[in-house]
Design a binder for this molecule. Structure first.
Ligand code: CA
Length: 523
């Protein structure tokens, strides 16, 4: 029987070319006979699970677990920001059948709500008894384990865990600095002088005052500047999020530093240091303002922003590189944005799954060295080769016209709907030298701060949050915009603003946030 399984594994996998490799890989076998488990998978990149993905094929050969796609709601849009429950998941629940495995973006709130009601299996004991790699991972990262817990203390999904710390950074036209005899700004005062020089001294040299000193693809990156006046714009990688300060949950838009920051951003806006169209120009603004030789500085992702240095072939001397966060008015240098270590995306075990032990072992497989490589780099010999014990992408992958990540999604690697631990090395191999230099600069200064990893509410807390938060948030954003655009005055209106927030229930929301936070993180 065992020999037969071995032969089948050898036949099933083209990557296995010798008996010795096949025997070594026997350790990943979860079931002697092929075992089929149904899966619902729905996220932005892939609204179904594809059984012919090379990554699935290799995982199948190694584990003997075969995932069968039964996804419902495949054509629904699932990319809505800030809603935990995707339409596809609700549709699946309404169908009355929950597959053995459910993988989705934004699955966290959904499983934390329906898991305790029996729709999904609690994973804690299964992990303790059958998943040594997951167990080890969570033991080494207790904050991540706490962040995963539902209000009943159980864990209901295995998340997609991003790797690498750095996300966004401050970028500036170094060739414009050179042209004007300036150095990268070290303080908020120098940053203002620099932006003013960009506005008034014609660094692009066309004789017109057409420069747009600070711009942003996503307008909330304008709010990021409040950190220069010791305010905060978000506590996590989600815009407008709550934050942890002194072990308490607070909201950044009710703080003194925020008021001071908004006041100064409004001044910068009035002086033309900020793109007049920042709220409306939209996602193509970086592409447009850089390729037209108009944009001076922004706050955006290391890798993609560094890629614009390709424009040096069209714009003489073009150099758009990261600079360290300028010191705030009190001398603090922080980079507020970083990659969050845990996503609300991943996969869970359906409450009626007849093979929970095999399923958790399958989840555990993706946390073995081999499984993690498969989830990150695709199939060996196809997307990558092993060189000195490291997975190295083939030249054909690195030099393709198709971005590396897109190539990987197409073979079933780097899936948001799979619980796996990303390996930053997969990205470092195709990041350009400007991005790597910038990351080294930020690493040297140690500018990152801790993030708020979210809370799981019980049913009563959820009601309070749902009743008040949407209205409060809308009000905050509406006031914020009028202050920046100069149709309101933040100093004059601040006391009334705080009174309105409390009237709208901010204190109640903060109270349930803090109760949940203390329960979850034991702080
Ligand atoms: Ca000009």
């Amino acid at each position: 029987m065992k020999l037969k399984a071995l032969l089948m594994a050898m036949l099933a996998s083209s990557a296995m070319t010798s008996t010795s490799i096949a025997i070594a890989d026997e350790q990943y076998k979860i079931s002697d006979k092929p075992l089929e488990l149904t899966i619902q998978m729905n996220h932005k990149r892939y609204p179904v699970y594809k059984e012919d993905w090379p990554v699935e094929q290799e995982a199948r050969a190694l584990t003997n677990i075969h995932l069968k796609d039964v996804t419902v709601g495949a054509n629904m849009r699932t990319d809505s920001e800030n809603t935990g429950k995707t339409e596809a998941l609700n549709l699946m629940l309404a169908s009355g059948t929950i597959p053995d495995i459910v993988g989705s973006s934004r699955i966290k709130d959904f499983v934390n709500q329906y898991g305790p009601e029996g729709a999904f299996l609690p994973l804690n004991d299964l992990i303790d008894e059958h998943a040594p790699n997951l167990k080890k991972f969570f033991e080494e990262k207790p904050d991540i384990k706490a962040a995963l817990s539902a209000a009943d203390g159980n864990m209901y999904y295995i998340p997609y865990l991003p790797d690498g710390k750095y996300g966004r950074a401050y970028f500036i036209r170094y060739d414009w600095l050179d042209a004007l005899g300036l150095k990268p700004p070290e303080t908020v005062e120098e940053f203002e002088k620099t932006l003013r020089a960009f506005k008034t001294q014609d660094p692009n040299g066309n004789g017109e005052a057409d420069e747009v000193p600070y711009f942003a693809r996503q307008w909330p990156e304008l709010l990021r500047l409040v950190t220069l006046w010791d305010g905060r714009s978000s506590g996590s990688d989600t815009y407008h999020d709550f934050m942890v300060e002194n072990n308490e949950i607070q909201h950044p838009y009710a703080g003194e530093g925020y008021r001071e920051g908004i006041k100064n951003i409004a001044r910068w806006y009035a002086d033309g240091l900020i793109d007049a169209e920042i709220f409306t120009r939209g996602s193509s603004s970086r592409e447009f303002l850089l390729s037209e030789n108009l944009g001076g500085a922004t706050h955006d992702w290391f890798a993609s922003t560094s890629g614009y240095n390709r424009l040096s072939s069209e714009i003489d001397g073009f150099a758009f590189k990261a600079f360290a966060p300028p010191a705030s008015i009190s001398g603090k240098r922080i980079e507020e944005h970083r990659r969050i270590p845990i996503k609300p995306d991943g996969w869970a075990i359906g409450g009626t799954n007849k093979h929970p032990v095999e399923t958790i072992k399958y989840f555990d497989f993706w946390f073995t060295e081999k499984g993690r490589r498969l989830a990150n780099f695709g199939a060996e010999g196809v997307q990558y080769d092993m060189v000195d014990g490291k997975a190295i992408f083939k030249d054909s992958v690195l030099n393709s016209d198709e971005p590396v990540n897109n190539q990987l999604y197409a073979v079933g690697a780097q899936l948001q709907g799979r619980g796996y631990f990303q390996d930053y090395d997969y990205e470092a191999q195709w990041s350009n030298k400007f991005a790597l230099e910038g990351i080294a600069l930020y690493d040297e200064g140690d500018y990152l701060i801790d993030q708020f990893l979210g809370v799981a509410f019980n049913a009563d807390e959820q009601k309070v949050y749902d009743r008040y938060w949407g209205t409060i948030r809308d009000y905050m954003l509406e006031r914020q915009q009028t202050w920046i655009l100069g149709t309101g005055d933040v100093e004059a209106e601040w006391d009334d603003y705080i009174a309105q927030l409390n009237k709208k229930g901010l204190k109640d929301v903060l109270e349930v946030m803090n109760t949940a936070y203390k329960r979850q993180y034991g702080k």
